[in-house]
Design a protein around this ligand. Structure first.
Ligand code: PMP
Length: 451
């Protein structure tokens, strides 16, 4: 902590927040947001002197950790040179950011359309797919999150879609693979994969292949459960898309830029989509940035015909400078390799050991720094520790678990009956062990809610 705690300054920050800030996803009168005084690496702290090990990476975006000196310096340097310029100009920092992103994305995804975040990337990817194919429909998974703007929230499968689901014309949801709660009653990964692909093919056939512009999937499902697809699933979807002339969009907003221990989750499966959406880890959110990486074929659609979409801040110089510095630092410092090694040697074995000690842990799954513990009341029946989309009293066991983590200095990511273990890719082994020890303690609270 660079400054001494000052609770009175914290109180003033909170008072102004309560008076004037309208918060996301919240009943405004029922929240009490903690006031953050600073952050560095894998930690942030409040004005009362409480320091938290951030096992959420904020919203799973600070892949490089807080206040990385090279990224901070790059933003400062760029601010001194050129703060803003319209998207219609060629500028060094934007060209370089696009070159670096294109160099890391798989296959021929060599053209980059920049946005301010993930949802805008998804909006533009589906617009490109519809214009490229001339078809209206979009297929997405029930267990998914794609953003909170008009099309992106309709594509989203989780309950955050429900209140906004008034304009979902053309969006059709399907079931993806999830062996622990198999929608197909499968008993092995191979069976789950085959049945999920057969179900998707049926959906395509019954919807009418020539009406479907795109299938959008998270390469590894993020917020909706850290669901790593079985070997062969993404390749199977790729094949279905090719057979029916459907654009394949992989949403790597959360799974990209090191989170899974590779630059992109798709790299684990050797699959190249037609469009890949990214945000979050591209610059760890130091300045808002996202984008779409576009295949040569789809880019060619707009070679002589204008692309009917744009944003005032597309390719913003400060955002691009932070992306250039982030990508370079990740390569120079072996940060992606660190995430892979942590997953294999420390987090994976450590979390599996927790599952052996705690009856509330139903399943451990993930890779890199992208893990979920799925908590259950009863291991035999797999009844979730809290019901699907539980709120208020019904969510109390998960809230008690989260409170126990925070009390011991760990900031957890909790969603429904799961805690996601999603620290920065820069986490050290010692920090990982510190976090595992706190989870171990907090799980004893969850255990008290089991049968
Ligand atoms: N897609 C995925 C897979 C995401 O995880 C998210 C954000 N959690 C989004 C899209 C939306 O990104 P943003 O919040 O930057 O609009």
């Amino acid at each position: 902590m660079s400054t001494l705690p000052d609770p009175s300054a914290g109180a003033a920050v909170k008072a102004a927040d309560r008076a004037h800030v309208f918060h996301s996803w919240s009943a405004q009168g029922l929240i009490d947001p903690p006031a953050v005084a600073g952050a560095e690496g894998a930690y942030f702290w409040d004005y009362d002197g409480n320091r938290y090990l951030d096992f959420s990476s904020q919203l799973v975006n600070t892949n490089i950790g807080h206040q990385h000196p090279k990224v901070v310096a790059a933003v400062q340097e760029q601010a001194g040179r050129l703060c803003t310029i319209a998207p219609g100009f060629a500028v060094d920092v934007r060209s370089e950011a696009a070159r670096l992103v294109a160099g890391r994305t798989p296959g021929d995804l060599d053209k980059i359309f920049f946005t301010n975040g993930g949802a805008e990337a998804v909006e533009n990817a589906v617009r490109m797919a519809r214009l490229h194919t001339g078809r209206p429909k979009l297929l997405s998974a029930y267990r998914s999150y794609h953003g909170a703007t008009a099309a992106a929230i309709n594509l989203t499968g989780d309950p955050r879609r429900w209140p906004s689901d008034t304009a979902s014309a053309g969006v059709v949801h399907f079931w993806g693979p999830y062996l622990y709660r198999s929608p197909f009653h499968a008993t092995s990964e191979e069976e789950e994969c085959a049945r999920a692909l057969a179900h998707l093919e049926d959906t395509i056939v019954f919807e009418g292949p020539r009406t479907i512009a795109a299938i959008i999937l998270e390469s590894v499902v993020g917020t909706a459960g850290i669901l790593v697809p079985p070997a062969g699933y993404l390749a199977g979807v790729r094949e279905l898309c090719d057979r029916h002339g459907i654009v394949f969009i992989l949403d790597e907003v959360m799974s990209g830029f090191g989170r899974t221990g590779r630059w992109f989750a798709a790299d684990h499966f050797g699959v190249t989509p037609d469009l890949l959406t990214f945000a979050k880890g591209v610059n760890s959110g130091y300045v808002p940035l996202g984008g779409v990486a576009i295949s040569a074929e789809i880019a060619a659609t707009f070679d002589r015909r204008p692309y009917p979409g744009g944003l005032t801040y597309s390719g913003h110089p400060l955002a691009c400078a932070s992306a250039v510095a982030t990508i370079n630092a990740m390569a120079e410092e072996g940060i992606v390799e660190n995430a892979a090694r942590l997953g294999e040697d420390v987090l994976g074995p450590g979390l599996r050991a927790l599952a052996e000690r705690h009856r509330s842990v139903g399943e451990v799954r993930g890779m890199g720094v992208f893990w979920a513990l799925e908590l259950v009341k009863d291991r035999a029946t797999r009844e979730p520790l809290v019901p699907y989309n539980a709120a208020g009293e019904a969510a109390a066991p998960m809230n008690a678990f989260a409170a126990a983590c925070k009390k011991s200095g760990l900031w957890p990511f909790v969603n429904m009956n799961r805690t996601h273990v999603v620290p920065p890719c820069t986490l050290t082994e010692a920090e990982a062990r510190e976090g595992l020890a706190i989870l171990d303690e907090a799980l004893t609270v969850a255990d008290t809610h089991t049968v």
